[in-house]
Design a protein around this ligand. Structure first.
Ligand code: DGL
Length: 288
C-alpha cells in the first residue's frame, strides 16, 4: 500500500498533444526542481487543434486517467485545448487530486499585464472554437476587448522543426495581423507549442507583451501542492520521464533540441494509451 511518504515522491503527470508541453515541463523543473515528472506527448494524434472537440475530450480524459492510474499525485493539462474541453470533468471525477489547466492562469496573467484592456489570443482552431479564453476573460473583467486568432500552421511548424524559417515568419505575420489591427497590447500564447515560435512572433510586433500561460499555471501548481501537503521535499535527485504515443526515434531527436541543458530527463519511452490505462504504469516504481 502506498504511504504518505511515497505520495510526496510520486510524479506530477503532464501531457500535451506533442512537443509543446515541454515548455510546461521546463517551467516545472525551474520552479519545482525536486518534483518528479511523467510527461506524455500524444504525437499519435497531433495536431489536436483541427479535430472535433468531443474527440479531444476523449483523448484528454484517457491520458489523464492513465497518468492517475500510473500513480501521479497531480495532473497538469499543459494542452490548452484539452484544458478547454476536459479540465472540469476530470476535476469533478477526481475531486481530491490537484488537476490544473492553463487557460485561466493565462487569462489572469494577461489581465494583470494589459494597460489598454485590449488583449489578443493566439491559439489553435479548437481552442478558439471552444470560447474558453473569451469566457475566462469575461469572468475576470467583462470590459476587456479580446481578439482571438486561430493559427493552424503553427503546430506543424514546431513539430517539423521549422521554428526559425521564413514560413514561420510568414505565418506569424498572417496571424498577428488581426491583433495588430485591434490595437492589443498583450498577447496570450494560447497553445503550448507557441513559445517555441516566440522569436518569429515577436519579430512582427516587438512592442507587445507576450504571456506564456505556463508561468502562472506553475505558480498555481505550487499553491495546490502546498495546500494538499503534496510538495516533494526529498533531497534526492528528481526524475523526469518523457514519453510519446508516436514515433520514438523521431521524439528522441526532437527532445534533444527542445530540452537543452540545464533541463534534464532520465528516460524517453513510448507509450500506448488505452481505456484510461497506459504502458507507463509502475515506470517510477524502480526509480523512487
Ligand atoms: N499544444 C496544444 C495546445 O496547447 C494543442 C496543439 C495541437 O495539437 O493542435 O492547445
Amino acid at each position: 500500500m502506498r504511504t504518505i511518504l511515497d505520495l510526496h515522491k510520486a510524479p506530477i503527470g503532464v501531457f500535451d498533444s506533442g512537443l509543446g508541453g515541454l515548455t510546461v515541463v521546463r517551467q516545472i523543473q525551474e520552479h519545482l526542481p525536486r518534483e518528479n515528472i511523467l510527461y506524455i506527448a500524444d504525437q499519435l494524434h497531433v495536431p489536436y487543434g483541427g479535430r472535433p472537440l468531443e474527440e479531444i475530450k476523449g483523448f484528454a480524459s484517457d491520458i489523464s486517467r492513465s497518468l492517475i492510474s500510473s500513480g501521479c499525485k497531480a495532473i497538469v493539462m499543459a494542452c490548452n485545448i484539452s484544458s478547454a474541453v476536459s479540465l472540469k470533468s476530470i476535476q469533478t471525477d477526481f475531486p481530491h487530486l490537484p488537476v490544473i489547466g492553463v487557460i485561466h492562469p493565462g487569462a489572469e496573467a494577461a489581465s494583470k499585464s494589459t494597460k489598454n484592456g485590449r488583449i489578443g489570443v493566439l491559439a489553435t482552431q479548437g481552442t478558439v472554437l471552444s470560447g474558453a479564453y473569451t469566457a475566462a476573460f469575461a469572468s475576470i473583467n467583462d470590459q476587456f476587448q479580446v481578439t482571438e486568432a486561430a493559427c493552424p500552421k503553427f503546430v506543424p511548424l514546431v513539430e517539423n522543426d521549422q521554428c526559425g524559417t521564413q514560413n514561420a515568419l510568414d505565418a506569424a505575420e498572417e496571424y498577428m495581423a488581426p491583433l495588430i489591427q485591434a490595437g492589443v497590447d498583450t498577447v496570450v500564447l494560447g497553445c503550448t507549442h507557441y513559445p517555441f515560435l516566440l522569436s518569429a512572433i515577436r519579430a512582427i510586433a516587438p512592442e507587445m507583451n507576450y504571456i506564456d500561460p505556463a508561468v502562472s499555471a506553475v505558480k498555481n501548481l505550487i499553491t495546490l501542492l502546498e495546500s494538499h501537503h503534496l510538495r516533494n521535499d526529498s533531497s534526492l535527485e528528481s526524475h523526469c520521464i518523457l514519453s510519446t504515443t508516436g514515433d520514438l526515434c523521431q521524439y528522441k531527436a526532437q527532445v534533444c533540441r527542445f530540452m537543452p541543458s540545464p533541463y534534464h530527463y532520465e528516460e524517453i519511452v513510448s507509450t500506448i494509451i488505452q481505456d484510461g490505462t497506459s504502458s507507463l504504469i509502475r515506470l517510477f516504481a524502480g526509480i523512487l
